[in-house]
Design a protein around this ligand. Structure first.
Ligand SMILES: Nc1ncnc2c1ncn2[C@@H]1O[C@H](COP(=O)(O)OP(=O)(O)OP(=O)(O)O)[C@@H](O)[C@H]1O
Ligand SMILES: [Mg+2]
Length: 308
């Protein structure tokens, strides 16, 4: 099968009383291929939750089309949802029941028995604590129980809206490892986040959303490579003189703290050392600059704010 999620020309406006409507999604196109972890990234208010709500039939889109597992939504929700595990709003868990009781209750709706409940508790690492009341669970344990609930029906597609929200770094790492494991099992994990750092090492592909539009989409490596203006960071004994000499040689140079940033590919590093050495200056440091997804994200969203 090709894409597990396909979104074309999606638009969603929320009406407001005596004020113009909010355009939450402004013509979004997105294709999520089968398998692995797909990161749906964007700052607060960029429309991640709204997109997820539209594709799962939780709100009605103003226009556009959404397909999930090859079928149109919301028209085909009845046949699609048995194969989709989703956490959009925090799942309703009963605090006075144990983790295991909560899952058994949720499973009963779909005739899922205790054996599967035990399996999913194991997957999310809650087996030991399954007999405790959910009211006494930590936030991280509750998130994991929610994930277990989403896994009950052994879904082909998992849709998780900010599953690491509110967790501490250790909790974030646990969720991250869990998502990688689930994505590697042949399922597709579609996960939204406003925090890039948490997703950079988890996802195979990412789409970056900004004010209801997709500003960049692709394999994480490609996205990073595309974003990385090739540049070298150069340390030199005399920064001003170094900058002048390199600029006189036709290079684009700017100061970057105690280094110079030179717009050059790493393969051309010799040009820098040569120019400087010819004029008696020492290169104290020379390395390619690496751009993190975080930098890219901030750049992209800052850029489109300027354009607005
Ligand atoms: N029910 C609603 N009524 C009116 N406006 C809404 C509603 N839900 C969302 N919005 C608006 O739509 C825009 C997108 O919101 P959405 O919740 O989809 O963003 P998000 O990317 O999920 O943000 P966050 O990272 O904060 O969860 C925002 O401007 C928000 O204020
Ligand atoms: Mg949201």
């Amino acid at each position: 099968m090709g894409n597990v999620i396909e979104i074309a020309g999606l638009r969603k406006e929320y009406r407001r009383v005596r004020r113009p409507p909010v355009v939450a999604i402004a013509g979004l196109d997105l294709a999520v291929p089968e398998g692995g972890v797909f990161g749906f990234l964007g700052p607060n208010g960029s429309g991640k939750t709204t997109t997820i709500r539209c594709m799962l039939g939780l709100v009605r889109a103003s226009s556009g089309r959404t397909h999930v597992l090859g079928q149109p939504t919301p028209a085909a929700l009845r046949s699609v949802m048995p194969h989709v595990g989703a956490i959009v709003e925090t799942p309703a868990l009963f605090p006075t029941m144990t983790g295991q009781e909560n899952l058994r209750l949720l499973g009963a709706i779909d005739r899922i028995g205790p054996r599967r409940v035990a399996e999913v508790l194991e997957v999310v690492g809650l087996t030991e604590r399954a007999g405790e009341k959910v009211g006494r669970y930590s936030l991280g344990m509750r998130q994991r129980l929610g994930l277990a609930a989403a896994l009950l029906k052994d879904p082909a597609l998992l849709v998780l809206d900010e599953p690491a929200n509110g967790l501490d770094p250790a909790g974030i790492r646990e969720i991250r490892q869990l998502l990688v494991k689930l994505g590697a099992e042949g399922r597709t994990v579609f996960v939204s986040s406003h925090l890039l750092a948490e997703i950079e090492h988890t996802c195979d592909r990412v789409a970056i959303l900004d004010r209801g539009r997709c500003v960049l989409e692709g394999r994480v490596d490609d996205v990073l490579a595309q974003a990385a203006r090739p540049s070298l960071l150069v340390g030199v004994d005399d920064l001003d003189a170094g900058a002048r000499l390199l600029a006189a040689d036709g290079l684009t140079v700017e100061r970057a703290d105690s280094l110079l940033r030179v717009a050059l590919d790493r393969g051309e590093a010799a040009r820098v050392t040569k120019v400087l050495a010819e004029h008696g200056h020492f290169v104290t440091e020379l390395r390619p600059e690496t751009v993190s997804l975080e930098d890219l994200f901030l750049n992209l969203t800052a850029r489109s704010k300027e354009a607005a």
